[in-house]
Design a protein around this ligand. Sequence first.
Ligand SMILES: O=C(O)c1ccccc1NCC(=O)[C@H](O)[C@H](O)COP(=O)(O)O
Length: 260
Amino acid sequence: MILDELAAFARKRVAADQAKTPLADIKAQAEAMPKGDFRFEKALAGKDCAFICEVKKASPSKGVIDPVFDFEAIARSYEDAGANCVSCLTEPNWFLGSDEIFKKVRKIVTRPMIRKDFTVDEYQIYQAKVLGADAVLLICTLLDTETIRDYIGICDKLGMSALVETHDAQEMQSAVQAGARLIGVNNRNLKDFTVDLGNAAKLRNGTPKGTVFVAESGVSSPEDAAALRRTGADAILVGEYLMRAADKKQALHALREAAK
Ligand SMILES: O=C(O)c1ccccc1NCC(=O)[C@H](O)[C@H](O)COP(=O)(O)O
């Protein structure tokens, strides 16, 4: 399964990074920074549907999405379009992302940013903080409940948000038990890449009151955004649709209008 490969490669990357900068050092760097104010989750908790706009060149399911990938121009257009938050992939092998891209996007974007990677080690949370991230992704398929709780605890100390991603009822239960405040439902099945926008609707009721609920993946039209909003999404994470849009400002405007 691709997720196992992504996780195995993430562990290798962590080992290589640790050889250069040990855990104690990256942790000290992160803890010396001003504590964040959880602005990622706050930015998604308004009364209107919020949008997390993603910067990604490629994905395992789609291959290369944007061969030109002028990520600085993309970042500028998301900023100008009023994205509530920005997601930036740093996974290098399948998504063709990098920490360097994240840092450059960070310089352009004033909105809260999530470092989108496959978190398998606490090291990556400290690394994300040092990169300037406001949030990290914790995928339930890759982490047990206890580990998710521990990682949320690390994020809390740093003032960062944790977007805890689920795909089924069991994972939703794990996210809730771990104390997640920001829960995503991935509409894409990461085992076979099929997309079912109904997945978010199916799992919406499993989230406790006060949780910020994010519908992730598979939005390919304003009608999709409208449907997800009707199911109770507080926020929608959109990647490919915006990446392929020639006019990102207009595309985000249309999604926002539809989700009113
Ligand atoms: O998108 C994939 O192919 C994929 C495969 C394996 C693990 C994760 C994957 N996607 C990561 C994402 O979370 C999406 O980039 C994100 O939800 C946006 O999805 P979309 O709007 O469909 O581009």
